[in-house]
Write a protein that binds this ligand. Structure first.
Ligand code: FMN
Length: 168
């Protein structure tokens, strides 16, 4: 294996094979709710428990996360393609994604999407910029909720959604 000649198509195929579950990350921007669809996320420590989400530097949600300590992570279900489309296919720089989408202020005022009951609110304990187009926010979960059976919406099911904010 020679990493310097890594083939982009092979890497894309390898990554797609993991078929990541999708989440919506929310926070506030100038007091207004904002959020985006995120496929880059994972538990990243067991003890203490930590969870990482990677936000694109192009996104309004990233800019919001720079100044807001608390973020919510909502797991999407198979019936939530419309929310993937709304939060992944539109940018809060141009539209109000929360209009017509019921939400409630949660701990620290973080906007919680009423329909997405599998979720947690976490405090950002680190922000890691490794020079790429996404920045890693490491979260310490403070409040978690589960809403029954979990049937995740996966990357392979949203191939029709084009990111609202193309990467920089
Ligand atoms: C399938 C899919 C996965 C995505 N994964 C991420 C991600 O991991 N991190 C991220 O910051 N944006 C991701 N995006 C892009 C944002 O959700 C999208 O650009 C959104 O419109 C940004 O909204 P905002 O500008 O209001 O924050 C993804 C989009 C799609 C369609």
């Amino acid at each position: 294996m020679t990493p310097s000649t890594a083939d982009d198509d092979a890497l894309a195929e390898l990554t797609a094979a993991t078929d990541a579950a999708l989440v919506v990350v929310t926070t506030s921007f100038d007091g207004e709710p904002c959020g985006c669809l995120v496929g880059f996320h994972s538990q990243c420590s067991i003890e203490p428990y930590r969870y990482a989400v990677w936000l694109s530097k192009a996104n309004r949600t990233y800019r919001a996360a720079l100044t807001n300590e608390h973020l919510a992570v909502h797991l999407l279900g198979t019936a939530d393609h419309d929310l993937a489309d709304r939060f992944g296919g539109e940018t809060g720089d141009e539209v109000d994604k929360f209009a017509g989408c019921a939400w409630t202020p949660g701990p620290h005022g973080v906007p919680l999407l009423d329909r997405l009951r599998h979720r947690f609110v976490g405090r950002r304990v680190a922000l890691l910029d490794t020079g790429g187009d996404h920045v890693c926010a490491v979260l310490e979960p403070e409040a978690v909720e589960l809403g029954g059976e979990i049937r995740p919406l996966r990357l392979g099911a949203v191939g029709d959604v084009e990111p609202g904010h193309p990467d920089p």
